[in-house]
Design a binder for this molecule. Sequence first.
Ligand code: NDP
Length: 305
Amino acid sequence: MSKVYETIIIGAGIAGIAAAVYASRKRMKFLIFSEDFGGQVNVAGNIENYIGIAKTNWIEFGKQLQKQIEYNKIKINYEPVQTLKQEGKNFVVKTKNKSYETRTAIIASGARARKLNVIGEDKFANRGVTYCAICDGPLFKNKTVAVIGGGDSALEAAEFLLNIAKKIYILTVNDKMRGHEYLIENVVKHKKITIIPFAYTKEIYGDSFVKGLKYEQKEKIKDLKLDGIFVEIGRVPNTEIIKDLVSVEKDGHIIVDKHTATSVPGIFAAGDCTDIHTYQFIVAAGQGCTSLLSAAKYLQRNKES
Ligand code: NDP
């Protein structure tokens, strides 16, 4: 472990890629580790709110990101980071086979789908229960499905399923859907859609595959026959490897300041794993950029003696 990197970026979603592009342009000695490429771009469906691009989708946008990585000669190491620890003034990042020393680190590890934690959810995972409409939606052609959730993710999943499924129920625990107005416009009045308000999913049932779910509405248990269930009830930050080192919120989001600095000098964080709570690609890109510029400033101010 003789080489010391200037920064190591963890995650190759929008935030991590933005940090890597800036690191490359600054000709820094850096590495980027990730389990996948693009992070939540891969489950985004249509993208209509990235400034400078009127409308695109996850495939086209992903291709552009890939081009940008190649143009900037960035090599992503597709290895999960197992630990990140402080050693003296530096940090050590460990993967399965190797350790890497770095002066700064940028955590851009994103977030994953939250689970319902109801009876039958685990049993029918990948057998009708899914957390990704983009990935699994095409399996439900002309089927009757439910989307569970009341926010933008649920609306986006339903929008994607409009061209695939025969009938879509959306179960929200609230009185109505809450999300971007353009998504609400596209979805809620569509003839394929039925919104079920005040609906708390209690159980998912089936045999070898999902057959339906039971939900509680105004103290009555009701039944819905279904071929598939899309759970879209928010995100959980991927911060397990870092939560004992830096300050995090109760649910694990990393607390950052306006420069994306965490509670540990030299560690920065960007995107959906942070407590910024906007969950927008454009914000993740901005935070990724800020985190790299902040790391560069930190290196400048803390030159190796
Ligand atoms: P949100 O937290 O916005 O919404 C989650 C929804 O699920 C809420 O209606 C919530 O109810 C409900 N919910 C939570 N737990 C349960 C449960 N156990 N059972 C049933 N319902 C439950 O999450 P999203 O994933 O929709 O969005 C996350 C963030 O990402 C948001 O900031 C959103 O704006 C952003 N986003 C933006 C997109 C875009 O710009 N196109 C696309 C997708 C997401 P309650 O309100 O009562 O908590």
